[in-house]
Design a protein around this ligand. Structure first.
Ligand code: OTD
Ligand code: ZN
Ligand code: ZN
Length: 347
């Protein structure tokens, strides 16, 4: 029997589209999403409203007139960000959120925040204006083990900032631990994105039986108990949890290297993977909430009006293993199981 589910068109609340040739190469693979929060960690980063508007226009040009994905822009918070520029960019509809990277935490985060007191004024202005703050939630203290950096971030940074800034709406991006799940589930004015790949892989996928650079991302995948906690959160129906793929393409040569870049490119097959995950959890009826309702509600937006259909067929959907990007190739995330769920997009 052919199974199918029809969903409101999903949104991706955390996406890296890059710029230049890479943007041209990857943009179409996210076009079945209605909206996407676009990460600002370009080189140099997107720090002003004017830069965000220019980047938005480059994304629109790469998508062309036929693709309907709406890019929702973010600003990269630095210690010198001007609160007035943030407020003006938000009021003009240029940005949907501001992104905070602790300096050095992930790819292209060198201009992030070292001294959190220096961004206090911006955060207070954002709380008043209702502008969400998206966090890369890892401490960068070299003394903290890489597998403990998310839990340490909650205690040392996230909870103190939330207490000091009442009313600030925050998104804990790409949670990877049961600590993250528990913190978000126990609080208000907070949401969390969960990536596709963290629902599928644990740290053995990266390290057991040989080092697999295409499973290396930040925050790094944790042990199995944490993956299971993320799956429970994703299918729980708790509206604080929603999809942010964190699809983060890098050229293969930069990942297959002695010091490989972090990031998994999941845009092409994300919806097929998620349908399988939710079916395995007996929760296909919750897939729409996770991918199309909860994030929109958090950001104060209406769900998309149109729908996509996912159909489970006897033969797997054919996704490329690699895509070309200029002179390079980018490897598509391999979930390690066949993808029988086909995305049928009436658009
Ligand atoms: N994680 N890679 C990248 C960003 C994310 O922390 C993230 O949001 C990237 O390449 O931009 C990654 O592994
Ligand atoms: Zn991040
Ligand atoms: Zn990211």
């Amino acid at each position: 029997m052919t199974k199918s589910v029809t969903l409101r068109r999903p949104d991706d609340w955390h996406l890296h589209l890059r710029d230049g040739a890479m943007l041209q190469a990857v943009a179409s693979f996210s076009s079945h999403f209605g909206r996407a929060i676009i990460m600002p960690n370009l080189v140099p980063p997107v720090v002003t409203g004017a830069q965000a508007a220019a980047y938005r226009d480059r994304i629109r040009a790469a998508l062309g007139p036929k693709m309907t994905l709406r890019p929702l822009m973010t600003l990269y918070l630095t210690e010198t960000t001007d609160p007035a520029d943030v407020l003006a960019a938000h009021a003009a509809g240029i940005i949907a959120a501001v992104k905070l990277y602790p300096a050095g935490a992930t790819t292209n985060s060198a201009s992030g925040v070292r001294d959190f007191d220096k961004v206090r004024g911006v955060l207070e202005a954002m709380a008043q204006a209702g502008i969400p703050l998206c966090f890369h939630g890892e401490v960068t203290d070299p003394a903290v083990d890489i597998f403990d950096r998310e839990a340490a971030f909650i205690d040392r940074v996230l909870d103190p900032i939330r207490r000091a800034t009442p009313g600030l709406r925050v998104v804990m991006e790409h949670i990877t631990t049961s600590d993250g799940v528990d913190y978000v589930a126990g609080n208000d004015d907070i949401g969390a994105t969960i990536t596709t790949h963290h629902l599928v892989i644990n740290r053995n996928h990266i390290l057991a039986g040989g080092i697999r650079p295409h499973y290396y991302c930040l925050p790094v995948a944790k042990r199995e108990t944490h993956r299971l906690a993320l799956r429970r959160a994703a299918v729980s129906g708790d509206a604080r949890f929603f999809l942010g793929t964190d699809s983060a393409p890098h050229p293969d040569h930069a990942k297959e290297s002695a010091c490989g870049c972090a990031g998994c490119f999941t845009a092409p097959n994300t919806m097929s993977i998620l349908a399988q995950v939710f079916e395995d959890e007996g929760a296909l009826d919750r897939l729409e909430g996770f991918t199309a309702l909860n994030g929109a509600a958090f950001y104060g937006m209406k769900p998309n009006q149109d729908r996509i259909r996912l159909v489970r067929r006897d033969t797997p959907a054919a996704y490329p293993t690699h895509i070309p990007a200029g002179d390079e190739t980018v490897t598509v995330f391999d979930p390690g199981f066949p993808l029988y769920w086909h995305v049928e997009d009436p658009a």
